[in-house]
Design a binder for this molecule. Structure first.
Ligand code: MG
Length: 248
């Protein structure tokens, strides 16, 4: 069941979303060669707590940290560690925040110093694919119109869409109905309605769409070890244009 949020709930989710975006901005500024992913985690956790919110990923299904940091061929769910960021890396950071019982969820992929042209294009296409999907986040469309728009754009640019992980409804729970695949035929699934809130999160690979979860039970990597990028925002369906809750 897709939960329709009240004005009061939306107000809280706007606050959670704002802080989620602020934390991502802060992490983007802190990202430089030599910093460890655990140091990034600490920056995020401190900032979230300073804003009187909670790092929603911490302890979620046993996840041991406040953010996910996924480098290069890692797709999503990388666990912060002593690993150092290096010049030329692309780094996907996913942040989840809980505030007064509601959630914000967003991710960005950053490049560190000079990266390859392919890496640059991958990051740009991934971000733009979100905005292609966003065009269909309106009342007159159905859920899979979003999915289809993302897939069409990504594949037209020569990249592949990860199928094993999908976007999701968000609210009281970090992951609510519906699941939002980043692929599929248009015109399927529920009609969108004012007050629905979705985390839309294309995961895009430079090579194969096939991925594997590592033995740490979290980190997802591409099977061909080629690069992967991730871009996510929490989006409110309104009477008119969609509202992105995790952009400042
Ligand atoms: Mg998400």
């Amino acid at each position: 069941m897709i939960v329709i949020k009240s004005d009061h709930e939306i107000k809280i989710m706007r606050e959670a979303g704002k802080v989620t975006a602020q934390v991502l901005e802060k992490l983007g500024n802190a990202l430089k060669p030599g910093i460890t992913t655990l140091e990034l985690d600490k920056i995020a956790e401190e900032e979230i707590i300073r804003q009187n919110m909670f790092p929603a990923f911490k302890g979620y299904n046993g996840f041991p940290a406040s953010i996910c940091v996924s480098i290069n061929e890692q797709v999503v769910h990388g666990i912060p560690s002593e690993r150092m960021i290096r010049e030329g890396d692309i780094v996907s950071i996913d942040v989840g925040v809980r505030y007064q019982g509601y959630h914000g969820d967003a991710a960005r992929t950053f490049s560190v110093g000079a990266v390859t042209d392919e890496a640059k294009k991958l990051i740009q296409v991934t971000e733009k694919s979100f905005f292609e999907g966003l065009k269909y986040c309106k009342k007159e469309f159905r859920l899979s119109d979003i999915s289809n728009a993302i897939q069409n754009y990504v594949e037209s640019e020569g990249f592949s869409i990860v199928k094993d992980f999908v976007g999701h409804g968000i609210g009281r729970d970090m992951h609510e109905d519906p699941q939002i695949p980043n692929y599929g035929k248009p015109g399927r699934g529920p009609r969108l309605a004012e007050g629905m809130v979705f985390a839309i999160e294309p995961m895009v690979n430079a090579g194969t769409d096939q991925v594997t979860v590592l033995l740490d039970n979290w980190t997802v990597v591409t099977d061909d070890a080629k690069l992967s990028a991730h871009y996510e925002n929490t989006v409110l369906i309104t009477d008119g244009e969609p509202e992105i809750l995790t952009i400042i």
